[in-house]
Design a protein around this ligand. Structure first.
Ligand code: COA
Length: 256
C-alpha cells in the first residue's frame, strides 16, 4: 500500500482526507481503497473528532470512479468481495459525519463514494453521474439503492439507465449535492459546515448519525447483496470486457 494514495490532515476536531491520484482523476484502485481504510483506522477511536472532509486532489476530479484497468480484470468473486462497496459502507457508518468536498468529476464509484458521505458541498465545476452501464456493468457500490434514497427512484433510474453526466446546478436541483459554491470556496464551505457540526455535542451528533442511518436503511443487507450478485454476473460478461477494453484503448490511441 502506498501511504500517499490518501492524505490525512488533522486540525483540532476536524480531519481532512484527500484522494491523491490526480493524474488519473483520483480513480479508485485497490491501493487507494486500502489506503483510505488505513486512514479511517487512524481516526476510528478518536473521541475528539467531530467531522471528516473527504476530497480529491487537484481541480479536475473528486474521483472518476473505480480504476477501469483494474476493474476489467475483476471477476465474479471480486464483485462478491465488495471491495468498493465495503469501503463506502464503512464511510456511511463512520461514527462522525463525513462531508464530501467535490470539484470536477464525481463519476461511477466516485459518485457512489460522494453519496455514501453524509453531506456534499460542490464547486461549480462539479459533474456527477453513474456511467457504469456504458462499461457493461452497474453501479454496485450503493448506486442502485443509496442513490434512489437520496434523489428519488425516478431521477436515479434516469441517471443509472442513461449513464449521463450532469452539471453542478442540476446536481443541486435534484438534491445530489447540498451546497453549491465557487470552486475556490469548496474547502472553506465544507470546513464551515464541519465547524457548525463541531460546535454541537459530540455524542449527540454521533448518536443522531447512527439513529438516522438505522432508520433510513431498511433492508440494507439485502440491497447490497443484490447489487453484488448482479455485478458478479456482469463481471463475467463479454460486454463488460469489450466496453472496458474500448475505454482503455481509447487512452492508448490518444497517446499514440
Ligand atoms: N479508471 C482508470 N483511469 C482513469 C479513470 C478511471 N475510472 N478515469 C480517468 N482515468 C485516466 C485516463 O485513462 C487518463 O489516463 P492517461 O493520462 O494515462 O491517458 C487520465 O485519467 C486522464 O483522463 P482523461 O480521460 O484524459 O481526462 P478528461 O478530463 O478528458 O476526462 C473523464 C475525464 C473523467 C470524463 C474521463 O477520464 C472518463 O470518462 N473516465 C471514466 C469515467 C467512468 O466511466 N467511471 C466509472 C468507472 S466504474
Amino acid at each position: 500500500m502506498t501511504e500517499s494514495s490518501c492524505l490525512l490532515e488533522r486540525d483540532a476536531a476536524l480531519a481532512t482526507i484527500t484522494l491523491n491520484a490526480e493524474e488519473k482523476r483520483n480513480a479508485i484502485d485497490l491501493d487507494m481503497v486500502q489506503s483510505l481504510h488505513a486512514r479511517l483506522d487512524e481516526l476510528s477511536g478518536d473521541r475528539e473528532l467531530a467531522a471528516i472532509i473527504l476530497t480529491g486532489a487537484g481541480e479536475k476530479a473528486f474521483a472518476a470512479g473505480a480504476d477501469i484497468a483494474q476493474l476489467r480484470d475483476r471477476r465474479a468473486a471480486d464483485a462478491m468481495g465488495a471491495i468498493n462497496s465495503g469501503l463506502f459502507k464503512r464511510i456511511e457508518d463512520f461514527p462522525v459525519p463525513v462531508i464530501a468536498a467535490i470539484k470536477g468529476y464525481a463519476l461511477g464509484g466516485g459518485c457512489e463514494l460522494a453519496i455514501a458521505c453524509d453531506l456534499r458541498v460542490a464547486g461549480r465545476s462539479a459533474k456527477m453521474g453513474q456511467p457504469e452501464v456504458k462499461l457493461g456493468i452497474i453501479p454496485a457500490a450503493g448506486g442502485c439503492y443509496r442513490l434512489p434514497r437520496l434523489i428519488g427512484l425516478g431521477r436515479a433510474r434516469e441517471l443509472v439507465y442513461t449513464g449521463k453526466i450532469i452539471a453542478a446546478e442540476e446536481c443541486l436541483r435534484i438534491g445530489l449535492i447540498d451546497r453549491l459554491v465557487d470552486d475556490d470556496q469548496v474547502i472553506a464551505a465544507a470546513r464551515s459546515l464541519a465547524a457548525e457540526i463541531a460546535a454541537n455535542g459530540r455524542a449527540a451528533v454521533r448518536m443522531a448519525k447512527a439513529t438516522m442511518n438505522a432508520l433510513a436503511r431498511p433492508n440494507e443487507g439485502m440491497a447490497s447483496s443484490m447489487e453484488s450478485m448482479a455485478q458478479a454476473q456482469l463481471f463475467e460478461s463479454e460486454e463488460k470486457q469489450e466496453r472496458m477494453t474500448a475505454f482503455l484503448e481509447r487512452k492508448n490511441k490518444k497517446k499514440g
